[in-house]
Design a protein around this ligand. Sequence first.
Ligand code: BGC
Length: 414
Amino acid sequence: MLRKVLLGTVCAAVISLPAAAQDEVEVLHWWTSGGEAAALNVLRGDLEAGGVSWQDMPVAGGGGEQAMTVLRARVTAGNPPTAVQMLGFDILDWAELGVLADLNALAEEENWDAVVPEALQAFSRHEGVWIAAPVNVHSTNWVWANANIMRELSLEQPTDWDSLISTLQAIEDAGYVALAHGGQAWQDATIFDSVVMATGGPEFYQASMIDLDPDALGSETMLEVFNRMGQLRGFVDDNFSGRDWNLASAMVINGEAGMQVMGDWAKGEFLNAGQVPGEDFLCFRFPGTQGTVMFNSDQFVMFELGDEGQDAQVAMASAVMSPAFQSAFNVVKGSVPARTDVPNDDFDACGQQGMADLAAANEAGTLYGSFAHGHASPAAVKNAIYDVVTAHFNGEYDSETAVEELVFAVEGAQ
Ligand code: BGC
């Protein structure tokens, strides 16, 4: 507690001062693809312009599982990084341990309470203390399609399950890979987010993935979810195993594949390749999930480092929360701002749709945390579900077995 009070006092003293030239942040993150690196450079550039130097600590792997493993090793060795990219329940788990810096003084001065959506604050604050600065809001229920292939085959954007399947079939029949996918547990789980929502609707998503209700997990609807995952698996090429998500995006970009189901960080890859939404690629909500947004928000968490590094931590948190930065960064990253007061002028059509969808879902109560990206359940449960979804996707379980295993896995992980 004393340390928290002290850090709060230090924050209050330094927030309006420019950071000293020798300040340095060591940042642990998993933004290693071309589009992600371009976005990261926006942050790095802002900080360096303010005199804070950047020590990069990249650990590839969407969802951050590998990054969290490295983080645990660093903390165990008594050497936590200055700042860490983190998602959802992982933030709260670390906050519980009392090892995170208290950002309240800065948050108060900059009035974060008023501008950060409540769904995000649920993960940025712990027992009334701001312990993370949200940099964006991504969502997982998107499809990215090659516009030329869609035009060539006179295909419309699918809006429901049957039209999704017939569209994928038409793409496959024309000799393309229908669905670009990388066989990694978190990518399988990212598709699962959308399929659960599309199959069971918002109440079922809430009951199964957030409330972890055994009846919902073991239901006929869940059986249908796994059957549908099996159908999608049939549209993936033979070399999918282990493929990184950005290489799957590249297949759509290069015209080798028709579609990818992926969060909107995929847009960063299309933009980084010089592609234009509407002309070269299409973005649309996963059929059957229109009106809902399954969000994940990247947040930067600062570890308590004693006196050392606090100025740089405050400078970084302040830079992350600046409205101009939130626009510049998210335009490149594919996400949308984590503040409600950022104009949408600089965003492309997909970004503007993302912002409008987020505001509408927030209003309608149809904003749900992404299971795949740690916003629906703590890591132990998430990883247990990953195992089942992946085993099924790889043909180790049939759908009936997957449903049974899902119920056991979730029960055992709690
Ligand atoms: C993160 C994104 C990232 C993606 C792929 C997600 O978990 O929220 O920021 O781009 O993983 O690396």
